[in-house]
Structure formats: structure tokens, C-alpha cells
Design a protein around this ligand. Structure first.
Ligand code: ADP
Length: 398
């Protein structure tokens, strides 16, 4: 069974073709600059060199068409015909309150996904375009939607409600949804295996720290709270996003900087976070280099990030009444030794004891806590594509 995993952004398509026999990636790639000058498809067949295919790619249908052509190409292709693709798994950003798990896409499901576009105006329409493109080019292949929000639909109202009027929740769906759900679910599942326990008997805090970051409390395999909210702007400060701030700052910013609603939204999403605080970069490697050379604002941005992540760890241990394991994942969580060390420092009172030697590692599953640490700390690389493929396989084999 071969599954094509598709993740469409507004001007990009990320894809993988996965052989579910051994869960190996047969090919992967990226289409960039869709609808803009300089469109390019970078295609990497497993074990071979990357190929860069430049041509005009006006829309997602054309992008998917070129990806499929690359997959069956006699030179750099990996399959003989498109018929070898058994199913397509789509990453979809928002499932609202409708979707609490992955689903096979029917006409009705696609309409419901489309109707949720207001919730994620930048991402959802791109996801819909990707689904339509695949339906058009592979009309007989089953398509599955895997939602970023679905895993968090188990949160109780005390965790997901905001202190706005109840009518706003009813009329506009204003509440916490949470994101990165596929990643939090995947790494918490792996952590339960490493703990050697049934996930139902575990309390796990998962820290997905990348360009975008979120922390989730997973109690008994269910998300019970998460740091991102109505949108992925909430929670800890990120590469370029503010994270949670006093909401009263927003109208002040609009007034002082002469910004309208769209302007302030863009400002808080693109210009703030560790980039805005440091004035250096949104990339943690650049910040660490700058901090090592004495840049105090870069150091402040890094310290703020670690402090805020630590604060969530403490909050979620309290929310669950304990914690068995803490997981670090995504670009920063998997690679940044300092961040992991600094987040865990001072958590000894909770039973967390990191082992400096074990923590000196990047990008592979590792128990980084000391042998006598009551709370286990793990580095677990996330694999959202594999998780999407696994859900797709499960739904299509039914
Ligand atoms: P996205 O949220 O876009 O999926 P990733 O999870 O790929 O992001 O994380 C990207 C971030 O990971 C980069 O911005 C960079 O800050 C960080 N990162 C990658 N490698 C390292 C490293 N060796 N040390 C510190 N940070 C790293």
C-alpha cells in the first residue's frame, strides 16, 4: 500500500510518498512559489539526488500534476503509474468542532472543511485547493483529511473556553482549538511506548518547539489542554509570533502604529516573537550565535522562550495532577541542546533531572533524563507525514 501525503500551503505543496509495508519514504519534495514568478519543484527520490524542476506553476492543480509527473518519471520517478498510489492523506489545518478525528473526504466533508475557512483564512483555502486538485487528477483514489486541531477536541470546556461572553462562543466559535495535534498525538504515543505503559495510564507533556511552538498536556492519551488557542498565535512566543500577551495591548498597538485589524494581525504574526525581541533573527541557531557574541537582546529572547515553555510545563503538571514524561520535538526541540537544558533546569522539585551527557544529542529518539529521574524526559523526532499516512491507511482499510 503506497500513500501520498500532501500538505498544501498558500503558495507551496509539501509531499511524501510512503510505502506502508515498512513505513519507508519512497520520495518526498516541495513545490514553492505557486502562482508567483520563479515556481520550482524540488523532488527527492529515496537514496538518489534531488532534482530541481523549474517551470511556471500557476495553481495547486498544476503543482500536484507536476508532482505526479515527477513520481512516474522514467528517470527520477519511483513508481510506474499513478495507479500504484492507493490513497491520499491531506493535512488540513482546521477541523473546528466538527472533526475530532481524521475522515475519508466525501462531498459533504469537503464542504464542511471549506466552510471552516474563516477560522484559518491563510491555510484552509490552500488545503481545500490541494484536495480538489487530487480529486480531479486521481478521481478514483480515496482521499483522507487529517486535522491539526482534531487531537485537541478532547479538551474539557474549562480548558477551551475563553473569558468572553458565551454568545461569542456560540455565534462565532470563539474558543481554544489548539494546533500541531498530529505531532502531539504521534510523539505522546511513542513516549507511552518508551515508558512501557498503556497510554491510558500516562500523563505526558509534549513540547513541539519549532518555528511555531505549542505545548500540550496529554492525560491518558487525550489532549486536556494546549498552549495554542483560537489561532496558532497563542501560547509561547515563537520565531516571529508574539504568543500570549495582554489583550489590551492590541488596541494600543493599533492606535500607536496606525494599524487596522489585518495590519495588527500581520504585525503580531510576522514581526514579533524572538525576532522582534532580539532584532536579530527568528532562527534559534542565529540567536545562539549572537548571544554567544554578547548580544543581550538575543539572550533575552532565548531566555524568554525557555521561561515561557517551562511555565507551561509547570501549569500542565498541575492541570493533570502529575507528569510521567516530558517530550521535546520539532526543529528546536529536537536540535537545541541549550533550550532543553534551560527548560528543565529548576524543575527538580517536580522530579525532573536531566542528564547533560544524554542531552548532548540531536534528532534521534533518546531518553535524556538521568536514570534516577522520577519524570522521564525524551527527545522524540516528530513525523507528521507518517502519522497522516497511518491514519489514511487505517481509514482506507476499513
Ligand atoms: P516549522 O514550525 O516551520 O515546521 P521546524 O520544526 O522545522 O519548523 O523548526 C525550525 C526551527 O528549528 C528553526 O527556525 C531553527 O530555529 C530551529 N533549529 C533547527 N536546527 C537547530 C539547531 N541545530 N539548533 C537550534 N535550533 C535549531
Amino acid at each position: 500500500m503506497k500513500i501520498f501525503v500532501v500538505n498544501c500551503g498558500s503558495s507551496s505543496i509539501k509531499y511524501q510518498l510512503i510505502d506502508m509495508k515498512d513505513e519507508s519514504v519512497i520520495a518526498k519534495g516541495l513545490v514553492e512559489r505557486i502562482g508567483i514568478e520563479g515556481s520550482v519543484l524540488t523532488h527527492t527520490p529515496a537514496g538518489k539526488d534531488k532534482v530541481r524542476l523549474e517551470s511556471a506553476i500557476p495553481d495547486h492543480v498544476d503543482g500536484i500534476k507536476k508532482v505526479l509527473a515527477a513520481l512516474v518519471d522514467p528517470n527520477h520517478g519511483v513508481i510506474k503509474s499513478m495507479d500504484e498510489i492507493d490513497a491520499v492523506g491531506h493535512r488540513v489545518v482546521h477541523g473546528g468542532e466538527i472533526f475530532n478525528e481524521s475522515v475519508v473526504i466525501t462531498d459533504e466533508v469537503l464542504k464542511q472543511i471549506e466552510d471552516l475557512s474563516d477560522m484559518a483564512p491563510l491555510h484552509q483555502p490552500a488545503n481545500v485547493s490541494g484536495i480538489r486538485a487530487c480529486q480531479k487528477l486521481m478521481p478514483n483514489t480515496p482521499q483522507v483529511a487529517v486535522f491539526d486541531t482534531a487531537f485537541h477536541q478532547t479538551m474539557p470546556p474549562v480548558a477551551y473556553m475563553f473569558g468572553v461572553k458565551y454568545e461569542e462562543y456560540k455565534d462565532y466559535g470563539i474558543r481554544k482549538y489548539g494546533f500541531h495535534g498530529t505531532s502531539h498525538k504521534y510523539v505522546s504515543g511513542v513516549a507511552a511506548q518508551l515508558l512501557g505503559k498503556d497510554i491510558k495510564d500516562t500523563k505526558i507533556i509534549t513540547c513541539h518547539l519549532g518555528n511555531g511552538s505549542s505545548i500540550t498536556a496529554v492525560d491518558g492519551g487525550k489532549s486536556v489542554d494546549t498552549s495554542m488557542g483560537f489561532t496558532p498565535l497563542d501560547g509561547v512566543l515563537m520565531g516571529t509570533r508574539t504568543g500570549s500577551i495582554d489583550p489590551a495591548v492590541v488596541p494600543v498597538l493599533m492606535q500607536k502604529k496606525g494599524l487596522d485589524a489585518a495590519g495588527v494581525d500581520k504585525y503580531m504574526n510576522k514581526e514579533c516573537g524572538v525576532l522582534g525581541v532580539s532584532g536579530v533573527s527568528s532562527d534559534f541557531r542565529d540567536l545562539e550565535d549572537a548571544a554567544a557574541k554578547g548580544n543581550e537582546r538575543a539572550q533575552l529572547a532565548l531566555d524568554m522562550f525557555c521561561y515561557q515553555v517551562k511555565r507551561y510545563v509547570g501549569a500542565y503538571a498541575a492541570a493533570m495532577g502529575g507528569v510521567d514524561a516530558i517530550v521535546f520535538t520539532a526543529g528546536v526541540g529536537e536540535n537545541d541542546i541549550h533550550t532543553r537544558q534551560q527548560v528543565c533546569a529548576g524543575l527538580e522539585f517536580l522530579g525532573v533531572k536531566l542528564d547533560a551527557d544524554r542531552n548532548n544529542v540531536r534528532g534521534k529518539v533518546t531518553e535524556i533524563s538521568a536514570a534516577d529521574s522520577k519524570v522521564k524526559v525524551f527527545l522524540i523526532p516528530t513525523n507528521e507525514e507518517l502519522a497522516i499516512a497511518q491514519d489514511t491507511l487505517r481509514l482506507c482499510s476499513k
